[in-house]
Write a protein that binds this ligand. Structure first.
Ligand code: PEP
Ligand code: MG
Length: 836
């Protein structure tokens, strides 16, 4: 047999009929989960070496071993099905692990009768286990005799010849329902890939009659798995159980940005009004300006005169350059704690490293294509796969691929990655990509409109984050609008007005000017304390997750930090932050806030916030499980460590500690006692204030008892709504109904304030309701004296407070408690305290 470094011809290790894997009576082998290969139904009783190589793994029970061929291919030879159960009976190993063997050498003798009597089948397998680096070419399809050609294993050109692979044949599998909204599209697929990469086991997903390795983003997306579909996960390797557990968790975990995305892609609406294109709002806002048409790169025909090596080198260099740029974007996103941007570009980076895509491109170059054309074609082929799935979310992900197509093409063509925008332009394009958007926003575009796209696309998420009005699905007519034409984009209503009158222009300018002026006026007063017209002081603080946020909050006029969600220091990392790192992080927040006070909430993980390094018991209802302060039940040392870090902050007088998810007084008393002990250990005379979050109905109902022992109460309206209304706060279908202005919530808020007042304690609100200006008068009326809001809204909420009369708020808000629904409360609020 002629072998070279790249290709090895394997000889039959057994004699007997040859079967394809699909005919093997075992689900895991048949599905290809273990890798590609062939099977033989043996008629002889000795397994021979199919090639020269090294025995890199031998099952203790003698029923399986793995040989590494000289080209690096690793081949598992597995005798019979379920033969591990024989515990070695009937097998005689003739070689040891680590032995160098030659083609045809006898490796295992086995007793055909004994195996046939006790096991499901004698059918034996020859499986390539590191298939990501090799291709298999079957050479036999009927009956073979030992030593006859069976199959060829060819190294792929980009494959490293020797990669350390987990050769263990332990395996685990589970079925799981996909809970990611819209199915396994790019970001969830990237999460799955990242999770799988944390383990040495090889993991695959199986769906319908297809399967894909978890390390291929494209492979995973190509399965076309939809929300609610059931898939099977298989893991093979030493850490298969842990890998399986992590993958099952990742497959059923909701993605962060999905909480805020509109529930579904709305179909394009017909253009019925003359001079107006109708699309779908992806980010609201009203703007006018000249239209700037952004087009993609069109390549001339390929001349075909290239050196493959040179083109491969060009592609490699371009890919590396783009990866470097994306890593920079990622780093910036991380520094700014912009989780959405981070997720999107992490998925892009994963796509750029995707083996399926890279192999298609390098394969085309080896066949004579130019790097540019090979890259374009490889992307187009993958886009076609995604589009053919016929699911909107997957089709939208094709846009991420087109983004990478453009970026790499621009790099290959040597064009500078930028374009000049006229001032105040509204940009139109077939479909903009996330990197276009970052560039356009930096160049002060005022609006975006696209022929295609959906409201759940990455671009839409980024546009909302940047406050850039954006309309998608306008149809191809938008591409025919002449360059420079003045248009009005009324994004909230999904309208692009192509020929606005002068009067309309003037009106848009007027609305925008009025909004801008109001914002400026509010901003000018942002650093002044907020008092109602009858002199009641309301503290307007900020919700933050980092010292950078705190800095922004301080600049925006925050009276303090009303909620520091410390769990953000603990998530997205492989190890826990130690006491010193925690202390530094909290101190940085304190330092960023001048002389203002900072409320630091102890870690609130569990529920939907899981930590990689902190395996918590699997729970049927995690949101009702060991989350928040309850975690101290199972991991008291974590809370102790955090409390110690907090007690070392200076000045301690500016630091208040807040406990999440408290549901009874004993929880508070226990932590208070522990805090006293730690203070004594650290020889502290001063003790920080200790507050309780009111985010469980039980806590609101027990507010009076809690207030007796707490220094303050802070209402978490997000969870309080979820638990009071029995509606998942992340459920897209219920999003419009999880409204904290529900009368039931208002009653709990009223009860909390009354309970606190009996002990002279103050009450704040740190849930999202505090940032809703429609709710401000009701909250003040019910007795809340601190509102902790998102930093950009500080000026607006302070302004709202200044225009209210607290006595009137008190009087009118009581009547809200008797209304029948959140909708009725909203209407009444708008009636009593209109939002201009
Ligand atoms: C809340 O539940 O309202 C709250 C502020 O906490 P989180 O949103 O972090 O759960
Ligand atoms: Mg909460």
């Amino acid at each position: 047999m002629s072998n070279n470094n790249n290709a090895v011809t394997l000889s039959a290790p057994l004699s007997g009929p040859v079967l394809t894997l699909g005919n093997v009576p075992d689900e895991v082998f048949a599905s290809g989960a273990m890798g590609e290969g062939l099977a033989i139904d043996p008629l002889n009783s000795c397994l021979h070496a199919p090639c020269d190589g090294e025995i890199i793994h031998v099952a203790r029970t003698g029923h399986a071993l793995t040989i590494r061929a000289d080209n690096g291919a690793e081949l598992l030879m597995h005798l019979g099905i379920d033969t591990v159960e024989l515990k070695g009976e009937g097998f005689a190993l003739l070689v040891k692990q680590g032995a160098r063997v030659s083609l045809g050498q006898a490796l295992v003798r086995f007793d055909l009768d004994c195996i046939a009597r006790q096991c499901k089948s004698l059918i034996s397998l020859i499986i390539l286990t590191n298939g990501e680096h090799f291709d298999v070419l079957p050479l036999a399809s009927q009956t073979v005799n030992v030593g006859e050609p069976l199959m060829q294993v060819i190294a792929r050109s980009t494959a490293p010849a020797q990669t350390a692979v987990d050769n263990s044949i332990e395996e685990a599998s589970a079925r799981v329902h996909i809970t990611h909204r819209g199915g396994l599209h790019a970001r969830p697929a990237a999460l799955i890939r990242k999770t799988a990469q944390g383990f040495s086991s090889q993991a695959r997903l199986h769906y319908a009659d297809k399967s894909a390795a978890c390390d291929s983003l494209i492979g995973l997306m190509g399965l076309g798995i939809g929300e609610g579909d059931e898939v099977r996960v298989t893991c093979r390797g030493k850490d298969c159980e842990a890998a399986l557990q992590a993958l099952v968790a990742a497959l059923s975990a909701p993605m962060k940005e999905e909480h805020h995305a509109p529930a579904a892609v709305t179909p394009r609406r017909a253009n019925t009004e003359a001079g107006v294109l109708q699309g779908v709002c992806a980010a609201p806002g009203l703007v006018c300006g000249p239209l700037f048409r952004l087009s993609g790169i069109e390549l001339p025909a390929d001349t075909g005169q290239h050196s493959a090596d040179e083109q491969l080198q060009r592609l490699d260099t371009a890919l590396e350059q783009v990866r470097g740029e994306i890593r920079n974007t990622l780093e910036h996103a991380r520094q700014r704690k912009n989780v959405e941007e981070e997720d999107i570009f992490a998925a892009h980076l994963a796509l750029l490293e995707d083996p399926t895509l890279l192999e298609a491109a390098t394969g085309a170059i080896e066949q004579g294509s130019a790097a540019t054309h090979a890259w374009r074609d490889a992307i187009q082929a993958q886009c076609a796969v995604l589009l053919a799935l016929g699911k909107p979310l997957f089709a939208e992900r094709a846009n991420d691929l087109r983004d990478l197509q453009q970026r790499v093409l621009r790099t290959l063509l040597g064009e500078a990655w930028h374009f000049e925008l006229p001032a105040g332009a509204i940009v139109s394009a077939h479909e903009l990509t996330p990197s276009d958007l970052l560039q356009l926003s930096a160049q002060q575009a005022v609006g975006l409109c696209m022929a295609e796209g959906g409201a759940t696309s990455h671009v839409a998420i980024l546009a909302r984050g940047k406050g850039l009005p954006c309309v998608v699905a306008l149809g191809s007519e938008v591409l025919d609008v002449p360059q420079g034409q003045r248009v009005v984009l009324d994004a909230a209503n999904g309208r692009l007005e192509l020929a606005p009158s002068e009067a309309r222009h003037a009106q848009v300018h007027q609305i925008r000017d009025a909004q801008k002026l109001r914002r400026q006026q509010q901003q000018a007063q942002a650093h002044q304390p907020a008092r109602t017209s009858d002199g009641v002081g309301i503290e307007v603080a900020a919700n933050v997750a980092s010292s950078a946020d705190a800095q922004t909050a301080f600049e925006n006029g925050a009276d303090g930090v009303g909620l520091l969600r410390t769990e953000f220091l603990f998530v997205d990392r492989r190890t826990a932050p130690d006491e010193q790192e925690q202390r530094q992080a909290y101190q940085a927040v304190l330092d960023a806030m001048g002389d203002k006070s900072v409320i630091i909430r102890t870690i609130d993980v569990g529920g939907d916030k899981q930590l990689d390094y902190l395996p918590l018991p699997v729970e049927a209802n995690p949101v009702l499980g060991l989350r928040g302060i309850r975690m101290a039940q199972v991991r008291p040392e974590l809370l102790d460590q955090q409390l110690r870090a907090l007690l070392q902050l200076t000045p301690l007088a500016r630091c208040r500690i807040l406990l999440p998810m408290v549901s009874e007084v004993d929880e508070l008393l226990e932590i208070r006692q522990r805090l006293d002990e730690l203070c004594a250990q650290l020889k502290l005379t001063q003790r920080p204030e200790l507050g309780v979050m009111i985010e469980v109905p039980a806590a609101a109902l027990m507010a009076e008892q809690l207030a007796e022992h707490a220094d303050f109460l802070s209402i978490g309206t997000n969870d309080l709504s979820q638990y009071t209304l029995a509606m998942d706060r992340d459920h897209a279908g219920l999003a419009a109904r999880v409204d904290a202005l529900h009368p039931a919530l208002l009653r709990l808020i009223a009860q909390t304030c009354d309970g606190a007042a009996k002990h002279g304690r103050w009450v704040g609100v740190c849930g999202a309701l505090a940032s809703d200006p429609l709710a401000t008068p009701a909250l003040i009326g019910l007795g809340v004296s601190e509102l902790s809001v998102s930093p950009p809204q500080i000026a607006e909420i302070k302004d709202r407070v200044r225009h209210l009369d607290a006595a009137q708020c008190r009087q009118l808000s009581l009547s809200l408690l008797d209304l029948s629904s959140a909708k009725a409360v909203r209407q009444a609020c708008q009636h009593h305290w209109p939002l201009s």
